[in-house]
Write a protein that binds this ligand. Structure first.
Ligand code: SF4
Ligand code: SF4
Ligand code: SF4
Length: 308
């Protein structure tokens, strides 16, 4: 409970700082976005939502290759699609089902499925937000996590615009952050496990620049099927997961991000902290004190428990 309280307090603090920083025009304050060409050779995946049938085989493959605990509900059980899900400790990728065509009888309520996982952003907010460098953007593209450096502040969870990093709340001894690694243990010799397992070949693994060309070619030849833009090409400054969509992203619950890199927004938060004369170190000391207080409360309640 104390850890949860800490997260709640940290979220409130983070939210307050974010709110303070969202002054019109301030989003570009850092003004040093990367050239998209820098990411052309990054490993990436092009996902075609029109091919996805929502079978969840990719979820199973991800769970197996990462040796994660089995979830309570089996991967074969498609009833989970009735509810919108987020990634968690046992499922680094989830499939959600949408009915974006509403009550248009001609479309027969055709569902659209959407695969979600870490987007491996070009300029990741989680990396900018992590105060100890436990998250990093590799030159190859994947955004990786180093549990030995993590102090459990969970600031990455607050910063990620796609709500991806998850904390192992149920792990009593050494909880860590969990998220997709783009199968760094497999690529490039093998495909990411989800890509390899997909029976629909809904995903193509390759270099970001090549996949963008491929995606735009597919869109040009099928303008009646796809949206004109590739989701992830510019979204949040660009991502390594690129989506071909049959409907606008907002109809699939995707956040419609600005083209400003999410990482720049995180930096703006830090700049705003400076601007309002709150040195970041004060924020970090605050976070440390919150953790210390949580830990003392933990010890106290354990002690009281022993006395009872
Ligand atoms: S900001 Fe979120 S989606 Fe982007 S790399 Fe970090 S965890 Fe993944
Ligand atoms: S929880 Fe760990 S990875 Fe996330 S911001 Fe804090 S130190 Fe970094
Ligand atoms: S395995 Fe392929 S078709 Fe099945 S849910 Fe995953 S992406 Fe969709």
């Amino acid at each position: 409970m104390d850890r949860r309280k800490f997260l709640k307090n940290a979220a409130v603090t983070g939210g307050a700082v974010i709110a303070g920083s969202m002054i019109p025009g301030e989003a570009h304050a850092s003004g040093h976005g990367h050239d998209p060409a820098e990411f052309e050779n990054n490993y990436a995946v092009l996902y075609d939502a029109t091919k996805c049938i929502g079978c969840r085989i990719c979820e199973l493959a991800c769970n197996m290759t990462n040796d994660l605990d089995k979830p309570d509900i089996d991967f074969k059980d498609l009833r989970v699609l009735a509810k919108k899900r987020r990634t968690d400790e046992t499922t680094h990728t989830v499939i959600n089902r949408f009915y974006p065509y509403g009550d248009d009888a001609r479309m027969n309520h055709k569902p659209v499925f959407l695969k979600q996982q870490c987007m491996h952003c070009n300029e990741p907010a989680c990396v900018s937000a992590c105060i100890v460098g436990a998250l990093r953007k590799t030159p190859e593209g994947p955004v990786l996590y180093d549990e030995s450096a993590c102090i459990g502040c969970r600031y990455c969870m607050i910063a990620c615009p796609f709500q991806i990093p998850v904390f192992e709340f149920d792990e009593p001894l050494f909880p860590v952050i969990q998220k997709c690694t783009l199968c760094i243990h497999r690529i490039p010799d093998k495909l990411p496990a989800c890509v390899e397992a997909c029976p629909q070949e809904a995903m193509t693994f390759g270099r970001r620049g090549d996949l963008l060309k491929l995606g735009h070619g597919i869109i040009e030849q099928n303008t009646d099927i796809y949206e004109t833009e590739i989701y992830g090409e510019h979204t949040a400054g660009g991502t390594s997961w690129l989506y071909l969509l049959p409907v606008p992203p907002v109809k699939l619950g995707l956040l419609v991000q600005s083209d400003v890199p999410a990482g720049q927004l995180s930096e703006t938060i830090q700049h705003s902290v400076f601007k309002y004369f709150i040195p970041p170190v004060a924020l970090y000391i605050f976070l440390f004190l919150m953790m210390f207080r949580s830990s003392r409360m933990d010890n106290k309640s354990n002690h009281e428990g022993e006395e009872e």
